[in-house]
Design a protein. Structure first.
Length: 523
């Protein structure tokens, strides 16, 4: 048996690798909680191993059993990857329709997670926010770079260096290319034509390269929102396969990538523009994914015009394209009220200056959408497209590289505000009555004014009874210039049947410029 251990860096997905030899049992090794334990076994390479060979392993700890599918990685090698969520002694036994892969056994000990390892992101108990498995709140400030992982090694390194200095903690990324890329062939080629490829045979090198990028995002503490299908590549038709081919592909990526704790699944980008698939097809593929993913990673789907029903049980959170909804906290809040799940407005148009209406937001316009979405209890995503990049295909949105816009520092500022906010996140406060407040009643309030430039704010909060009669310290937040100015305190008294205010200080003076917010924190 050989064992390799990745150095624990920030967010590293540590792995133990076991190459099963002739012995029936492998000695125990050590893997951190939420890391990756990998079994590598030699097996048949003839025929079509992707279809002919089934391999899995059952992992057991303290009477709990988890069955984990494996995959063929080329060159006669089969792998099974498992991310243990509980500390203790785990034992495993392989299952296969091939004798040489069946009945292998081994064990490992799962220990404490590394310092930067907080586990996978999950939906919180309240149903509207996210947290890491160790309970640390996860405040999503995401970005999109569709084919960054498919670019040259040098371009990928440039993107990773940019991300290391940026505020983003989630990256939306395609498996299949949609713009000019270095890596373009996830399947084995059978000829020179764009559709000359074999859907029953994956190119393992393509997927090894992609998962290397997933690991590197993990080292930066960035979640990888892996988009499985999209409508943009009509020439090759990767998203227009037959159902059996779709199923094989979904199972393969689930087995390869699912053990990485920073992976999320997005079934499709702009799913309703993939004309070869019906709603029933998408429902079916979600059920295939659920069955193939024992790690139960987060799952979503993204639309262009027609919303998918995010209330379906296989959806963990809503991924929405809507730039108008996040110009108003009330419209944003309606999305989470209807889905009863966390909502991420992953696409709200992009910062940039191209002619397309979806790619010419000002930096102020994009940051404004983040703030209104926050007040509405939802989350928002970023990207950018600038004409100086030739066109959108070569921009950050398409290929990654470097950021040219002015929004990223302001989003880093917002992330600091959120990190200092209530746990697990900002909730809308009586939105339907027009208070335009987010936070937690009687403890924490954010009021955002957007493009308006008021010179004062009447400090009126909803509430009645003793629990509403609290004192608060006030801060004036300039969301564009990234400043926080202390603004004294307020002690609330009952104003009417529904509201409280401070009769000694009924208003707060404001600077009379746009992009201002006020924060009230209970003292």
């Amino acid at each position: 048996m050989t064992v390799s251990r990745r150095t624990i860096l920030t967010g590293t997905l540590a792995a133990g690798v076991v190459a099963a030899g002739p012995a029936l049992a492998a000695p125990a090794t050590q893997v951190e909680r939420w890391g990756v334990f990998e079994i590598a076994m030699p097996g048949p390479a003839q025929g079509n191993p992707f279809d002919d060979v089934c391999v899995a392993a059952v992992f057991e700890c303290d009477g709990r059993h988890v069955r984990v599918p494996g995959f063929y990685d080329g060159d006669g090698t089969y792998r099974i990857r498992f991310s243990p969520d509980a500390m203790g002694q785990w034992r495993w036994r392989s299952e296969s329709n091939v004798a040489s892969l069946d009945g292998r056994t081994g064990a490992f000990r799962c220990g404490l997670p590394g310092k930067a390892n907080r586990g996978p992101v999950r939906v919180t108990r309240d149903g509207f926010h996210f947290a890491y498995a160790d309970g640390t709140p996860y405040r999503q400030i995401g970005t999109t770079s569709y084919s960054w992982a498919l670019q040259s090694d040098a371009k990928c390194a440039e993107t990773l260096a940019t991300l290391a200095a940026a505020p983003f903690n989630k990256m939306r990324m395609l498996v299949f290319p949609n713009v000019p890329s270095v890596a373009t062939d996830p399947f084995v080629r059978t000829g020179a034509g764009p559709r000359d490829w074999d859907a029953a045979r994956f190119d393992p090198a393509y997927f090894r390269r992609y998962e290397d990028r997933l690991r590197k995002l993990g080292e930066l503490g960035i979640e990888a929102d892996v988009i499985l299908f999209h409508p943009y590549d009509v020439k090759r038709g990767y998203s227009d396969m037959r159902r059996a081919d779709d199923e094989r592909y979904v199972r393969y990526v689930a087995a390869r990538f699912g053990a990485f704790r920073n992976v999320w699944w997005s079934m499709a980008n702009e799913y309703d523009d993939v004309k070869s698939k019906s709603d029933a097809d998408w429902d079916h593929l979600f059920q295939v994914l659920q069955a193939a993913d024992p790690h139960d990673r987060l799952r979503s789907i993204h639309q262009i015009k027609r919303y998918y029903d995010h209330r379906k049980p296989w959806i963990t959170h809503a991924s929405v394209q809507n730039g108008h909804a996040v110009l108003d906290d009330g419209r944003a809040e309606l999305h989470r009220a209807m889905t009863e799940k966390p909502v991420i407005f992953d696409e709200v148009c992009y910062e940039g200056d191209i002619a397309k209406r979806w790619g010419n937001l000002s930096a102020q316009g994009l940051v404004e959408r983040f703030w209104w979405g926050t007040i509405g209890g939802t989350y928002v995503g970023h990207s950018e497209t600038f004409a100086s990049d030739h066109n959108a295909d070569f921009s950050w949105l398409g290929q990654g590289g470097t950021l040219r816009g002015a929004s990223a520092p302001r989003l880093a500022f917002l992330r600091r505000i959120l990190d200092d906010g209530p746990v697990p996140g900002i909730d809308p406060i009586q939105t339907w009555w027009g208070y335009r407040l987010g936070g937690r009643e009687h403890d924490y309030y954010l009021r955002y004014f957007g493009a308006d430039s008021p010179s004062e704010w009447p400090v009126v909060l909803p509430g009645k009874g003793a629990e509403a009669l609290r004192s608060y310290r006030a801060d004036i937040i300039d969301t564009w210039n990234m400043t926080i100015t202390p603004a004294g305190s307020f002690t609330m008294a009952q104003m009417n049947e529904y509201d409280v205010h401070d009769p000694a200080r009924p208003t707060l003076a404001l600077p009379g410029r746009p992009w201002i917010a006020v924060r009230l924190v209970r003292t």
